[in-house]
Design a protein around this ligand. Structure first.
Ligand code: 13P
Length: 256
């Protein structure tokens, strides 16, 4: 576990301006919890308002287009989300891969565009249940990661975060077991060190997502090579999200 856990709320397609009060409450609470790095990825429409309201937390987007601009009706570029106030973008979420047919190559192009626009990237990976049952989860995830990373990234370090999100654990109420999480994160760490070298490969954060809640957060975040959590449903209210953040803070306090 990293010295400062990274806890990110992915609001997915939830939230109108009425939810700004939750973001404000999260930001206020975050000001007293500096040992945890907290961020929210609201829908595009709320990036700017959340950024304007929040002083302490990071704000990011949930996707971007690989091109910087052009005739792409309905799309939003990395430089546009940066301009709206985003500091990072989540890419390759299984809901984009499945719902929009996004393939690894496109995700790598989006990641290159995001880095080019000065954004950090949270790159998601994760296996479907069939792969896990067939004993191929690690192979699947490492292949996905290799193909979803841009060819040339220099001095990557904390500019890149990997989010391991087993597809079957997302929104199911059933998180992966801590043994499976640690085994996967360890395999991802080895891959990162091999790819980026010791210094960069260990600086990249690996966070877990999939039914994280206040009850299971402490055990997950305390796991070896687990540097934080990517939280969906439980990030939609300040109360449930901050309970996860408090669990992360307890982990830090118990370790020091
Ligand atoms: P849940 O926390 O709702 O399972 O969602 C996880 C996720 O997909 C975060 O990106």
């Amino acid at each position: 576990m990293a010295s400062r856990p990274f806890i990110v709320g992915n609001w997915k397609m939830h939230g109108t301006r009425a939810m700004l009060s939750e973001a404000r409450a999260i930001d206020r609470a975050a000001q007293r919890l500096m040992q945890v790095e907290i961020a929210l990825a609201p829908p595009f429409t709320l990036i700017h308002p959340v950024r304007r309201e929040a002083e302490q937390i990071g704000v990011g987007a949930q996707d971007c287009h690989p091109a910087d601009g052009g005739a792409h009706t309905g799309d939003i570029s990395a430089s546009m989300v940066a301009d709206a106030g985003a500091g990072f973008v989540i890419l390759g979420h299984s809901e984009r891969r499945e719902g929009h047919g996004e393939k690894d190559k496109l995700i790598a192009e989006k990641a290159a565009a995001a880095f080019g626009a000065g954004l950090k990237v949270i790159l998601c990976c994760g296996e479907p249940m069939e792969k896990r049952e067939a004993g191929k989860a690690v192979d699947h995830v490492l292949r996905q990661l290799k193909a979803s990373l841009p060819d040339t990234i220099e001095e990557v370090g904390e500019r890149l975060t990997i989010a391991y999100e087993p597809i079957w654990a997302i929104g199911s109420g059933e998180a992966a077991s801590i043994e499976d999480i640690v085994a996967m994160h360890t395999a991802i760490r080895e891959f990162l060190v091999k790819t980026f070298g010791e210094e960069d490969g260990t600086a990249i954060r690996i966070i877990y997502g999939g039914s994280v809640n206040a009850e299971n957060a402490a055990e997950i975040i305390a796991g070896d090579e687990v540097n934080g959590a990517l939280v969906g449903g439980a990030s939609l209210s300040a109360e449930s999200f901050m309970n996860i953040v408090l669990a992360a803070q307890d982990v830090i306090n118990n370790q020091s």
